[in-house]
Unconditional design. Sequence first.
Length: 242
Amino acid sequence: MSAAPRTSAVVIGASGGIGGAFEAALIEEGAFEVVHGFARSHSGAGHLDLLDEASIAAAAGRVAEGPPPSLVIVATGLLHCGDHGPEKALRDLDPAWLAQLYAVNAIGPALVAKHFLPLLPKTIPGAGAVRPVFAALSARVGSISDNRLGGWHGYRASKAALNMLVRNLAIEERRRNDRAIVVALHPGTVDTALSRPFQGNVQPGKLFDAERAALQLLDVIEELKLADSGKLLDYEGKEIPF
């Protein structure tokens, strides 16, 4: 019997509700030799600020020391902060807030990909059909074709930008590593600080606790095929059209 593959998993945003649940589930699962949890609020080796590329590069450098990562999850997102929330109309647009949404929801994950995708191994000895995965949390509201309500301009647009980046990254990564899968994932509405002010209209049974949401998405990740690379998938593994 071959030994279990020596790989690591990486969770960016490990101090958040879903990110923390991802980290806990991966540690409990025991399939990875090391589980790295990074967050802006962490100090020392666990610090990573999406708005500071140097901190992203430093975190990638620590992961590069080995074992190689076969799973990288970007579990971050910004919907509201302080007095700023989702815009209900054009009159609510604020350029600084739009820039912040893009910085956290699109640019930050893209910079994580810049530094972490090259770390995904092309071969994983003893891993069989296991393929390295880079996954970023997106949202159904970032789908242009699914948008029927409007509003939430900055959040929708920044998540749509993330979806496009994921598609681009998947195409480029396939040229470097034809085993790697790059996807965007929609977790549904999760009972975290991000969604709490907006849970009033959630249908019964559709508000997930963070642990359930993380486990659902890990199940989706486990079933990923190469053909899924570049797609936006929901918590049931169903494709959401861009």
